[in-house]
Design a protein around this ligand. Structure first.
Ligand code: NDP
Ligand code: GDR
Length: 360
């Protein structure tokens, strides 16, 4: 008998890659999706077929269940029904800037949601059967106290999102220590992909570069270009989530590449990949990314993208994951990551444009 996994947040970037990864490993995969007025299954449609089609094709697919991190009863019901060996808690209101606009909801879904999940496992008496992965974040380090950041670096969260995730971190650790549960935190640094949400900085840039070079967009407006991030590839990072749950002991791990770049560098590289060489001029609010060939200003700063409190730099030290789990932090390089995102978005934006033309 293969193992059964339950993924919260299966419709998100990481959930979709993790579902693919676990299916390949022979898992029976279940996912919790929330109700939405428009389809939210775009990232997993290729894994999900209506039941009658599934029967016809006898294809291994994922099983989706309606539920919500703000609804304990749904969590209890789904865990009881699916009896998972492993739960990956990836569901969250995951946008840092948006968390300043919806702080209470963010705390409910990200902090208390984690508690609800742990309690559901305990109420069902499954605390010694089910291993739990909690999606913790480098945002916990916030106002950086030590460079690079490792498992022992003190936290200083700087947003309602990271404050909520700090609760998630500690309650996971607390349940591990109190009830002897195999519950672990992956402290993951930023990881990106072709499936990254369109309002996170990397995807916003790669989409804009693709649109601008094809003439569908004039300019890109950005927030803090000086922010430094340790960016990895989501596909490489979901493998590490699984590795943590296979490890002999429940432990928390920092997952990062150990290399950081500014948002500006990401822009320069993405535009170059799309065929535009940028030159940077001016400072602060007047900074501009100019197309070297045409002299046109393509990237400008709009303060509406600034955050009330910013995390200026994050750089992780993945030594523990490398040593104990044998995880390879540089499988996909920064340059490759930018290349594959831009390549995808050039095709993606072209397709959207052609479809819109057809419908005209
Ligand atoms: P996404 O924003 O792409 O996905 C979040 C998922 O959570 C979506 O499936 C979303 O559903 C679901 N969700 C949101 N609110 C609820 C709710 N109340 N109940 C049930 N489901 C909900 O995030 P990522 O895939 O990028 O990240 C996965 C996890 O890892 C998140 O917890 C994030 O905070 C954390 N993280 C991410 C990092 C990164 O760089 N990507 C780094 C460190 C941590 P829907 O599709 O309907 O919106
Ligand atoms: P982050 O990711 O806040 O690190 O959280 P995001 O891509 O949103 O921002 C990274 C940095 O870029 C700066 N920035 C901008 N950001 C956005 N979104 N839009 C802009 O126009 C823009 N201009 C500059 C930001 O100020 C910031 O410094 C992500 C999420 O996936 C979290 O869920 C996760 O926990 C952390 O990564 C690790």
């Amino acid at each position: 008998m293969g193992k059964t996994a339950l993924i919260t947040g299966i419709t998100g970037q990481d959930g979709s890659y993790l579902a693919e990864f676990l299916i390949d490993k022979g898992y029976e995969v279940h996912g919790i999706m929330r109700r939405s007025s428009s389809f939210n299954t775009g990232r997993i449609e290729h894994l999900y077929l209506d039941e009658w089609v599934r029967d016809m094709k006898r294809q291994r697919t994922i099983n989706l269940h309606y539920g919500d991190m703000t609804d304990s009863s749904s969590l209890v019901r789904i865990i009881q029904l699916t009896q998972p060996d492993e739960i990956y808690n990836l569901a969250a209101q995951s946008h840092v800037k948006v968390s300043f606009d919806v702080p209470e909801y963010t705390a409910d879904a990200d902090a208390i949601g984690t508690l609800r999940l742990l309690e559901a496992v305990r109420i069902l008496g499954m605390e010694h059967k089910t291993r739990i992965y909690q999606a913790s974040t480098s945002e916990l380090f916030g106002l950086v106290q030590e460079v690079p950041q490792r498992e022992t670096t003190p936290f200083y969260p700087r947003s309602p999102y990271s404050v909520a995730k700090q609760y998630g971190f500690w309650i996971t650790k607390n349940y591990r220590e109190s009830y002897d549960m195999f519950a672990v935190n992956g402290i993951l640094f930023n990881h990106e992909s072709e499936r990254r949400g369109e309002n996170f900085v990397t995807r916003k840039i790669t989409l804009a570069a693709a649109r601008i070079v094809q003439g569908f967009q004039d300019k890109l407006y950005m927030g803090n270009l000086n922010a430094l991030r340790d960016w990895g590839y989501a596909k490489d990072y979901v493998e590490c989530m699984w590795m943590m749950l296979q490890y002999e002991r429940p432990e928390d791990f920092v997952i990062a590449t150990g290399e950081m770049h500014t948002v500006r560098e990401f822009c320069t590289l993405a535009f170059r990949e799309a065929g535009i060489e940028l030159r940077w001029e001016g400072e602060g609010l007047n900074e501009r990314g100019i197309d070297v060939k045409t002299g046109r200003s393509l990237v400008e700063v709009d303060p509406k993208y600034f955050r009330p409190a910013e995390v200026e730099q994050l750089l992780g030290d993945p030594t523990k994951a490398k040593t104990l789990l044998g995880w390879n932090p540089r499988k996909t390089s920064f340059e490759e990551l930018v290349r594959l995102m831009v390549k995808h978005d050039l095709r993606f934006t072209r397709k959207l444009y052609l479809r819109a033309k057809e419908e005209e």
